[in-house]
Design a protein around this ligand. Structure first.
Ligand code: NAD
Ligand code: UDP
Length: 328
């Protein structure tokens, strides 16, 4: 009998790649999403697979699954700064109420649950690179607080279920991950720069561009998550690529890669935008035997090929997703 796994946020970027991986590993996948930032197209190719089913549901409401479950991957949450700034209350609810529902479901089904945490729980970090032992530097009341604090609460709630109920839990702290199926208009730096290059617009660097990020290709991220789920390790593990770059150098790389003749223009740095970010991945290396395999040049080529394959209509539909139909 195939192992049964529930994946929330399945119509999103990471969720859809996780569905692909678990289907390829022989699992029966129940995918759940309310499409708030996801896209049905990301799962279209799995619709006719007999080991796959999709349930449209907002996980902040009670989750009713009749069948057995062996595993849960909880990935539902807006993830891009412009998404969570537009739907701040939904973001807080999915991280808190949604996580509580999923932990309750995992307990009822005696399933192992892995939750998607983030490097954002380190805030604007004063320790560099960030180790799992660092407690972070988050502004609770800043605009990004809605995401950061929801994820911090999510980690606390998960450890409480682990310690109080003996639930089998895993926590992955994901650092900036990229690849095909990111939404072109989600505002994150890679779709933003690539979309601008393809439309013949200037590339918008926020602040003076000296802030750093470290970008991980999606297949590496998915492999780290897969290994963590099947490991015996219950404390948080950073998964990311330690290769760090400033955003202004990164804009130059994208200009070279895309061959655009446009230039870089500078805009205000968003409030509390972290000035540096690089994962320490010693734990992932020693506990999971994991390290990234895809370098930035290779990953960017693949991602650019994906964005280039989009239609002119998709490319020019740059206005932000309309969230007005969602109850906050
Ligand atoms: P995404 O926006 O592409 O995917 C999130 C998915 O969750 C979407 O399909 C959305 O519709 C769904 N969702 C949101 N609220 C929901 C709700 N109430 N009920 C059901 N579904 C809901 O984002 P992503 O980049 O794929 O991120 C997935 C997860 O990974 C998130 O939890 C995010 O915090 C985490 N993460 C991602 C990154 C990254 O670099 N991509 C970094 C750190 C953490
Ligand atoms: N950024 C930028 N121009 C853009 C979009 C983002 O300079 O058009 C910067 C942003 O200010 C941040 C970095 O790129 O310093 C990464 O932003 P992203 O939204 O991708 O993710 P974050 O790591 O901030 O969550």
């Amino acid at each position: 009998m195939a192992k049964r796994i529930l994946i929330t946020g399945a119509a999103g970027f990471l969720g859809s790649h996780l569905c692909d991986r678990f289907i390829a590993e022989g699992y029966y996948v129940i995918a759940m999403d309310n499409y708030i930032t996801g896209d049905p197209k990301n799962l279209e190719h799995l619709e006719s697979n007999p080991n796959f089913e999709f349930v449209e549901h907002d996980i902040t409401e009670y989750i009713d699954i009749k069948s057995d479950l062996d595993y849960i991957l909880h990935f539902a949450s807006p993830a891009s700064p412009i998404d969570y700034l537009k739907i701040p209350i939904q973001t807080l609810k999915v991280g808190s109420l949604g996580t509580h529902n999923l932990l309750g479901l995992a307990k009822a089904k005696k399933a192992r649950i892995l939750i998607a945490s983030t490097s954002e729980i380190y805030g604007d970090p004063l320790v560099h690179p960030q180790t799992e032992e660092y407690y972070g530097n988050v502004n609770t009341i800043g605009p990004r607080g809605v995401y950061d604090e929801a994820k911090r609460f999510q980690e606390s709630m998960t450890m409480a279920y682990n310690r109080f109920h003996g639930l089998e839990t895993r926590i992955v702290r994901i650092f900036n991950t990229y690849g095909p199926r990111m939404r072109l208009n989600d505002g994150r730096v890679i779709p933003a720069f690539m979309g601008q290059a393809l439309r013949g617009e200037d590339l918008t660097v926020f602040g003076n561009g000296s802030q750093t990020r470290s970008f991980c290709y999606v297949t590496d991220q998915v492999d780290g998550i897969y290994r963590l789920l099947l490991s015996n390790y219950e404390l948080p593990v950073n998964i990311g690529n330690p290769n760090e770059i400033t955003i202004s150098d990164f804009a130059e790389e994208i200009i070279k890669l895309t061959g655009t003749t446009q230039k870089v223009i500078y805009k205000d740095l968003p409030v509390n935008d972290p000035l540096q970010r690089q994962p320490n991945i010693d734990k992932a290396k020693s506990i999971l035997g994991w390290e990234p395999k895809v370098n930035r040049a290779e990953g960017m080529e693949k991602t650019f090929a994906y964005f280039k394959s989009l239609t002119q209509e998709q490319l020019h539909k740059s206005e932000h997703k309309d969230f007005t139909n969602y109850n906050k």
